[in-house]
Design a protein around this ligand. Structure first.
Ligand code: G3P
Length: 225
């Protein structure tokens, strides 16, 4: 198992221009400095093209946004786990709502993350799919109602029952699995609400990436826990 400690903030860089290339590095340095100041684990989930450089120039944990269920060889255009590890990842998101996977493929990639000792975060959209994900035994399940993604409406305040219900259901299946929530999270109040509902942290994007000053936004995010 890798050593990713909760509480945890995972910043999904997605494919925003504001978090690509040079700006991906700046954002990663902001994560590093806020993590250092707050003592809270801050993870960057950049595009594949930026992983090597962020790993070279910072000291923060890095997750892939997606890994394909492929082995080394003939798989043009795929994200190969072994290559991502060599570039510097410590874990990966899987089944993000913008990159859904088949159940059997999620199971296969989780199994391989265990063999390679990297962290797995399976994204889900509701309590039922969170329960299904928990049976596959990842380290984290991250529940994100798709309709709130990028909306600026925080799941932890707008739909607390999904977060609490997911925590309860996942813990019934396996107490060791940690639950994160995401969608619309941006402020210290949003993160505190998530933690109060039993989440071990948050997975977020636009609230930080598109803010005027991402470092200030990150400091606010962790100011109430
Ligand atoms: O992976 C995080 C994500 O889908 C939530 O996006 O922009 O609502 O924070 P956002």
């Amino acid at each position: 198992m890798s050593k990713i400690k909760a509480p945890i903030v995972i910043l999904n860089f997605k494919t925003y221009l504001e978090s690509s290339g040079e700006k991906a590095l700046e954002l990663s340095k902001a994560l590093e400095s806020v993590s250092y100041e707050s003592g809270i684990t801050m993870v960057a989930a950049p595009q594949t093209t930026d992983i090597f450089r962020i790993n070279d120039e910072t000291n923060i944990p890095i997750f892939a946004q997606h890994i394909d269920p492929v082995s080394p060889g003939g798989n043009t255009g795929s994200n190969l786990m072994e290559a991502l590890i060599e570039s510097g990842i410590n874990g990966t998101l899987l089944n993000h709502s913008e990159q859904r996977m088949r159940l059997a493929d999620i199971a296969e990639v989780i199994q391989r993350t265990k063999e390679q000792k990297i962290t797995s975060v399976v994204c889900t959209n509701n309590i039922e799919t969170s329960a299904a994900a928990a049976t596959l035994n990842p380290e984290f399940v991250a529940v994100e109602p798709p309709e709130l993604i990028g909306s600026g409406i925080p799941v932890s305040q707008a739909e607390p029952e999904i977060v609490e219900g997911t925590v309860n259901k996942v813990k019934e299946i396996n107490k060791k699995i940690k639950v994160l929530c995401g969608a619309g999270i941006a402020t210290g109040d949003d993160m505190k609400a998530a933690m109060d509902l039993g989440a071990s942290g948050v997975l977020l994007a636009s609230g930080i990436i598109l803010s005027k000053n991402p470092k200030t936004a990150l400091l606010d995010l962790v100011s109430k826990i």
